[in-house]
Design a protein around this ligand. Sequence first.
Ligand code: C2E
Ligand code: MG
Ligand code: MG
Length: 765
Amino acid sequence: MTFSKTKHELPREIYIPFVMSLFEGGGTLMFGVLAQALVAALCYYNTGYVAYLVLGVALIVVGAARFASIRHVSALPVPTTMAEAYKREVVYIIGGSAHGFVLGLLSLCAIYLYHDEFAEVATITVSLGTVTAIPGRNYGSSKMVVILIAAVTLPICLGFFLRGEIQYFLLGILTLPFFLVVRTFAANVRHLLASALKEQQAAQRFDRALNTMTHGLLMLDAHETIVVANAEAVKLFQATSAEKLQGRTFKALLQRGVAAGFLDKRDAKYISQQLTRALHEGRNRKVLIKLIDGRYFELSAREGDDDLSVITFEDVTARIASQEKIRHMARFDSLTGLANRAHFQELVTDALATGDPQRNCAMVVLDLDDFKSINDTLGHPVGDGLIFAFAERLAENVSDEVRISRFGGDEFLLFIDDVEDAEALRTMISQIFASLLEPVDVAGNLMHIQVSAGAVLMPVRETSVDSLIVKADLALYKAKERGKGCWQLFEDSLDRAFRERQKLKSELRGAVSRGELLVLYQPIVDARTLGIASCEALCRWHHPQLGLVPPGVFIPLAEEIGIISEISAFVMKRATADCTELPHDVRVSVNLSAKDFRSREVVDVVRRSLELSGLAPERLEVEVTETAIVDDKSKTWTYLQEIKDIGVQIALDDFGTGYSNLGYLNALPLDKIKVDRSFLADLETNPRSLELLKGVVDLTRRLGLKVTIEGVETENQFRLLVDTVDPDFIQGFLFGTPLTKAGIVAMIEAIRPLTRANKKSAVNQ
Ligand code: C2E
Ligand code: MG
Ligand code: MG
């Protein structure tokens, strides 16, 4: 069933209650019906016409049926659709129309059919009485109103017309405006009630919206007295109802909060001031308050129209907590809970800016030794566990005033304020080191924490956080140089050395392009013939002010600033070219750095240098140290094999100074090892050293590798080596220091005749 606008000119939310209003108050209806039946009975009594009796009974029957239907429908649930409501309206109209029709008949009988003065007066009175009650009882259905008025008044009108007398005819006409007036009256009642209902519904909706808001809301009048309060506001101010808040001033409400113990007195004053200002200035202002129970609320005041202003407040506890968490995460290390780098710097900067500037303060940087290998061998969870255990130990062994930071990775910083003197600092650091002697249990691994540390002590007025950190770092660097597990106090000389290093680094950058590098050659002799078998290319930096800088100084710097491969390529190119000018049986060896093996470029450098110089690959040897082999970032083994495949020889340099893992000897594509000169240090005095060296040489030889012994300086060393150890080659100042190309050419020329003689005697022996 569809409903057009004309059928139901009212919206659903009005139409349904209107229809339901028809089924209210069945009692008054029944009372009216009885009065009408009584009138019918009286007419019968007065006239003796049975028609009145029949109509009286009909009225009671119709009235009883209507009453029963009203009772039945009103007991049903309220309809939810227009269609259901319409059905009920139709039921009502049928009953009402029947009732009106019987009443109309009663009047028609009295006026036209059976003339009787009493009956006329009685029926007209009861009919008009009924008509006046129509709008009040039936405003819910405009159709019912029209039908009823028509059913009751038209028979009266008709009766008058049918009397055929002019005065009755006029009376009949006069009933028509009455009909219209009552109809209009009913329409007005209907309209009035519809708008009242609409307003009521709107108010209910507003109320629901207001009270389901998550924000609290108070509306104040020009005197800051509360006129509206929603449920949240009632809850916050611990009132029982909104009415209890209405009529109070906002200030009084805040005082109530203080009295109830959920608002601090100062906060209440602050809120009052801020909000009053906001309201007066007509600005939207937000105020954050903390309740005594720890909850946070954000209040905002807004001035509205008509001198009304609104204060809303929102529970922002969760937001504040997450902001706090984010702030915490930004300032503290998640593993140890210690201040992170940025926060630590802030804390120290603040500490340095306050207090007596004459006092001393100290910065200590602690670095876990070999942490990388712990991470690599035992895994990151154990690494993390160790960091955590160390942080705990640190915190336990320093006073609460010491600020601790995990500065990154395995590096920790301590800022100690107001340190008496260097002795006091020493005591503190020794205490920390002593506390580390006890092993820690990390995931079932009993581990010793070993650290290196650098410390600096400075008067507050002379320093800054950055300078403290730089100096402590320099001291740490020095401590590590001295060996692991120790600490160093900063001295000015370290600073000087640091500055010089920095200066040297920047100068080194352009050294290759400025042609400041040169290559010297140190002869390596055959231990049996004493002829020059090869020479090692050793680089020098000719510094404009400092003169010749040794590679021990500038090679590590070049590695640090990332230009080592440039230097290696230069030396490789020069050495291969120079070697072509040496006799065919003399080879050249070139040192390569561990960092060279981080890129395949190293293989190309070798190949290109050979191509460019035309040197036979067998005349070139590359020297690598053990550091290159264990550098996990490098693919040393692969690239060495590729270099070897070209036909170049490979020597392991400085053997005995590093890890000295004999396992490498077999696994690597080596041709030769060069035993470091440190082996010769006590060769003459300690027979065990000699035995050790002999053992190493024997083993190496059994693996098919040649042996060079470096650093032979004396005749005595040479004799001892030749007699007992029997190496293949010897290198050392005894046979020549590093020489220029011309120098080495001259030397080879000079000793060639002697060598030939030696070779002959070696063959004859
Ligand atoms: P190395 O490869 O072991 O070279 C031998 C070093 O021992 C040279 O020092 C040499 O002068 C020195 N030496 C030789 N015989 C004796 C001796 O009888 N007594 C003493 N006390 N020393 C002796 P140098 O030239 O200062 O080189 C030091 C290190 O610098 C070299 O050790 C090598 O590792 C590195 N190096 C030199 N040139 C280069 C280069 O072009 N590239 C790379 N990556 N490293 C280089
Ligand atoms: Mg070498
Ligand atoms: Mg060496």
